[in-house]
Each structure stands twice: as structure tokens, then as C-alpha cells.
Design a binder for this molecule. Structure first.
Ligand code: FAD
Ligand code: FES
Ligand code: FES
Length: 480
């Protein structure tokens, strides 16, 4: 067992004795007294706790990303560096985003301000601030209750135009230092009898999970973090899969896209967007940037949520899921993984390794629609993803998948049958829409009523038909 070794605002730390579920936010505020990082919601929703994580990337440089400290576990810092708002002005001068926010009166009570400053600073350094829309996208995970977003956006736009610091040499030095801090092999941490393992390769993960099949796997902790902060759960053994190099692998091969389970949503987005622009749009609206920077493809599938955004999209595309248990690997169609609410086809000690997505063929048409109460950073009420294959005008294969309509992400088999073997005309769309009532008996809940869900799903089938006809303005941007 070893202490957690990391770099905090440029200085090394080696800490011990904290429960593995201690959050980075609790440590920063309670132990380091770095109280600039705020606690708003403690569930990844408000961005007040935003910090910057740094770690070595695959080419010996530094990967930087903003994450929510409130749902990041302290042992996850091992071999990483964390930068807080206090460090943005460490040299004595305010960082450009801080200066611009001051000049534009972009703060009133100030509670949200450090989170906005850190988030926009990280986005600027990453080159993600390009225009006004990019500034809005970058602060989709930050809430302000008093200033209003106008001056904050203006500050972001002003910073977007400024040259970024060139830190290639310093980044390489930090990357080497962090590699050294992490050490080789599996990181093992223990406090109060509770264990945290962080393996570096997939064989070590397979062995550890076979040895501790009762362990809780944790990747980005954007779900597991809330089990702790809101559910007050504790775990005897946790295995961090986010550092397993083999699971962080992305491959664009002819005819398919391969995403390792530990690939973050931020990393997956650009690859998915090249498959189809709707995938880019679904991902743009998936949580906020801090959650996308931590949350993973594998976590979104393995949690089995009926309202996860990726599963219906990947099911409609015809994805294959890869699982591993000990030395045994197997694969299955992604839809077969979801058995019923809360139950997936996954044995004790078995983990999600990757998902493989076929590209969309020239004779196929695809669309994905996320319907949520709020455009930005909201969970779907309904997510619909459709893929039709045509021979001439005739539909020869259909995959219609929905989230939010059942206890699992699910294909609409009756609606699909209503479409196959005929042209996708108004009558076929109406028959498919009606068949959805045989496919689904959705629930009433806080996000939507059962009736709303069924009507929305039916309308989306017709919307897809209208879009394929072309020239019909069904998207907000086209109507506006
Ligand atoms: C503010 C906020 C907004 C969100 N918005 C959205 C949204 O818009 N759309 C959406 O779909 N989700 C959303 N989520 C949920 C969450 O971000 C996603 O489900 C995310 O993909 C989970 O990934 P993770 O890596 O953080 O998983 P974790 O929290 O680390 O793990 C989730 C579950 O998966 C298991 N697990 C993780 N990796 C593996 C693996 N390789 N093999 C087997 N089991 C594994 C864990 O044991 C756990 O049961 C949101 C969450 C928050 C906090
Ligand atoms: S405190 Fe709200 S996102 Fe962390
Ligand atoms: S300035 Fe008060 S919450 Fe944003």
C-alpha cells in the first residue's frame, strides 16, 4: 500500500489516512484550506467546484481538463496534478479571464465566480474558446444565480481572442514528474480497512477484479461520486479503471469506430461527430464540459440507466459490446446487454472493455434526437436514434432505439417491423408511430409523463421522415 502522491498548485503532496471516498473538494477546503473552490450542489451540476486536472498524455506531454472536484475521489489524484483558482493568479497578476471578468463586472455575490474563472481558463488554454457559441458551450456546466450570463460570456469572448501561453517544455517536464510520482504497476491505497486499486493495464484489472468481484468499479465517478455525496454510500473495495491504458484506446478503422470503455465523453465526441453530425450534437448536450471531461463511454453503458444518452444512440448504430472476465473475453450486441431495469448481462468480476460502432453506410440514413426540459446540461426525457437502410426507395432494415421509454434503453421492434419492406412514406411513418404503443409503456416521472413520452417518440418518427424528404425545417436553428 502507498500514499496518494500528486501535485497541488505546483507543490508535491503525499497523503494518507483519508477514506478512498473523500472527495477532492473536501480535501481542498477542509485540509488545505483552499476555500476558493466552492461547494454548490455536490453533484456535478453547478460547476462551483471546478478545478483543473493534469496528467501525462500518450506522447509525453500534458493532458489538461476541468473537472468537478465535488465528485472526484482523492485517490484518483495519484500521479496527477490539480490546479485550483488560487493558482490562476499565483504569479501576482490575475489570469486573463479573471481580469476580463473584473473589468466587465461579471460577478456579484462571487460564489460561482471561481468556478467560471477556472472553467473558462481551462477552455482557453485548451484552445476550445473560439467564438461566442464556444464560450456558451464551455460554461454549460456552470450556474450563476445573480450576475446573469451576459458579462461572463463577454469576458470569455474577450479571452478567446488572446494568444495562449506556450508551455510545451514545462508541460513535458510536468508530465515526466507525474509519471515518476505515479510509479509503475498498480497503485494500491488503503485507509480504515477500505481499499482503492488503480491498475495501469487491462490484464492487471482483470486479475484484480477476479480477485475482488465484489469491488465497485469507478471510472469518471460522475455516477459513483453521487452515490457517495447524495447516497452516503461507502465501499470496501474500489477499482479505478480510468488509468487502464488499454481501455483508453480509440481507433477509427475502415468501416468501424472502436471506443475503449475508459474513453471520456469529451474524447469520444469528435470521433462520434465524424460518424454523423447528430452524434456531435447529442454529445454537445450531454451534461456539461466538466462531466464530459470525466465521465466515460463504459460508465454510461455499464450503469444500465434507462436514460443514458449513449446506449440508444449506439444501439441504433448497431454497436457491439466487448466484455472481459479474467482471461475470458466475449462480445454481444449492445441491446442484449440490457436485460431489465437494474439488470445487465454482466457476471461478477466481468467488466466492459470496449464498444465497436459500425460506420453509417451510403445507403443508410441516421438521426438522433435528445429531448430534455433544458437544452444545455440536462438528462433526457426521451432520446431517439434511428437508422434505416434503403434499397432504392424500400426500407430493407430498420433500427429504432429509445432511451426514457422503458426500464432499459430499448429497440422498438414493432415500429421497426412496420417500416421494413416498403417506402418510408407518411403512411409507413404513421404505422410505425402507432406501433410504438405496443413497444413501450413508459413511466410518468419528474421529467415527463408517459403520454408526453409516447407522443414525442411518435412525433420524432415523423420528424425523421420529414427531414429525409429534405427542405423541411424541423430543427430549431433552421426555423429561427
Ligand atoms: C451533472 C451531471 C449531468 C449528467 N448528464 C448526463 C447526460 O446528459 N446524459 C447521460 O447519459 N448521463 C449524464 N450523466 C450521468 C453520467 O455522467 C454518465 O452516466 C457517465 O457516462 C458515467 O460515466 P463515469 O465514467 O463517470 O462512470 P462512473 O460513475 O465511474 O461509473 C458508473 C457505473 O459504471 C460502472 N463502471 C464504470 N466503468 C466500468 C467498466 N469499464 N466496466 C464495468 N462497469 C463499469 C461503475 O461501477 C458504476 O456502476 C450526468 C451526470 C452528472 C453528474
Ligand atoms: S459543487 Fe456543484 S458541481 Fe461541484
Ligand atoms: S455571482 Fe452570485 S451566483 Fe454568480
Amino acid at each position: 500500500m502507498a500514499p496518494i502522491r500528486f501535485v497541488l498548485n505546483g507543490s508535491e503532496r503525499s497523503v494518507d489516512g483519508f477514506a478512498p471516498t473523500t472527495t477532492v473538494l473536501q480535501y481542498l477546503r477542509g485540509t488545505e484550506r483552499l476555500v476558493g473552490t466552492k461547494e454548490g450542489c455536490a453533484e456535478g451540476d453547478c460547476g462551483a467546484c471546478t478545478v483543473i486536472l493534469e496528467e501525462p498524455d500518450a506522447v509525453g506531454s500534458l493532458r489538461r481538463r476541468a473537472v468537478n472536484a465535488c465528485i472526484t475521489f482523492l485517490p484518483a489524484l495519484h500521479g496527477r496534478a490539480v490546479e485550483t483558482v488560487e493558482h490562476l493568479s499565483a504569479g501576482g497578476d490575475l489570469a486573463p479571464i479573471q481580469r476580463e471578468m473584473v473589468d466587465r463586472h461579471a460577478s456579484q455575490c462571487g460564489f460561482c465566480t471561481p468556478g467560471f474563472a477556472v472553467q473558462l481558463h481551462a477552455a482557453w488554454r485548451a484552445g476550445s474558446l473560439t467564438d461566442r457559441q464556444s464560450v456558451k458551450d464551455e460554461i454549460a456546466g456552470n450556474l450563476c444565480r445573480c450576475t446573469g450570463y451576459g458579462p461572463i460570456i463577454e469576458a470569455g469572448v474577450a479571452v478567446a481572442a488572446l494568444p495562449r501561453p506556450q508551455t510545451r517544455a514545462a508541460d513535458a517536464t510536468m508530465a515526466a514528474r507525474l509519471t515518476d510520482l505515479r510509479g509503475s504497476g498498480t497503485f494500491r491505497y488503503e485507509a480504515g480497512g477500505r481499499l482503492w486499486f488503480s491498475p495501469g493495464d487491462v490484464d492487471a484489472l482483470a486479475d484484480l477484479y477476479a480477485e475482488h468481484p465484489q469491488a465497485t468499479l469507478v471510472a469518471g465517478a460522475t455516477d459513483v461520486g453521487l452515490w457517495v455525496t447524495k447516497g452516503h454510500r461507502e465501499f470496501e473495495v474500489m477499482i479505478d479503471v480510468s488509468r487502464v491504458a488499454d481501455l483508453a484506446h480509440v481507433e477509427e478503422a475502415p468501416g468501424r469506430l472502436f471506443l475503449g470503455a475508459a474513453v471520456t465523453h469529451a474524447q469520444a465526441t469528435r470521433h462520434l461527430a465524424t460518424l454523423h453530425p447528430d452524434l456531435g450534437e447529442v454529445m454537445r448536450r450531454f451534461a456539461g464540459p466538466q462531466v464530459r471531461n470525466a465521465g466515460t463511454v463504459g460508465g454510461n453503458i455499464a450503469n444500465g440507466s434507462p436514460i443514458g444518452d449513449l446506449p440508444p444512440v449506439l444501439i441504433a448504430l448497431g454497436a457491439t459490446l466487448y466484455l472481459r472476465r479474467g482471461d475470458e473475453a466475449r462480445s454481444l450486441a449492445l441491446e442484449d446487454f440490457f436485460i431489465e431495469y437494474g439488470r445487465q448481462d454482466r457476471a461478477p468480476g466481468e467488466f466492459v472493455a470496449a464498444v465497436e460502432v459500425p460506420v453509417i453506410e451510403p445507403n443508410e440514413r441516421f438521426a438522433a434526437y435528445k429531448i430534455s426540459k433544458r437544452t444545455e446540461s440536462d438528462i433526457s426525457a426521451v432520446l431517439a436514434a434511428f437508422k434505416l437502410r434503403f434499397e432504392g426507395r424500400t426500407v430493407v432494415a430498420a433500427r429504432l432505439a429509445f432511451g426514457g421509454m422503458a426500464g432499459t434503453p430499448k429497440r422498438a421492434l414493432n415500429a421497426e417491423a412496420a417500416l421494413v419492406g416498403r417506402p418510408f412514406d407518411a403512411e409507413a411513418a404513421a404505422r410505425a408511430a402507432a406501433a410504438l404503443e405496443d413497444d413501450f409503456q413508459p413511466l410518468d416521472d419528474l421529467r415527463a409523463s408517459a403520454d408526453y413520452r409516447l407522443k414525442t417518440a411518435a412525433n420524432l418518427v415523423e420528424r425523421f421522415r420529414l427531414e429525409l424528404l429534405g427542405g423541411v425545417p424541423t430543427r430549431i436553428a433552421e426555423v429561427a
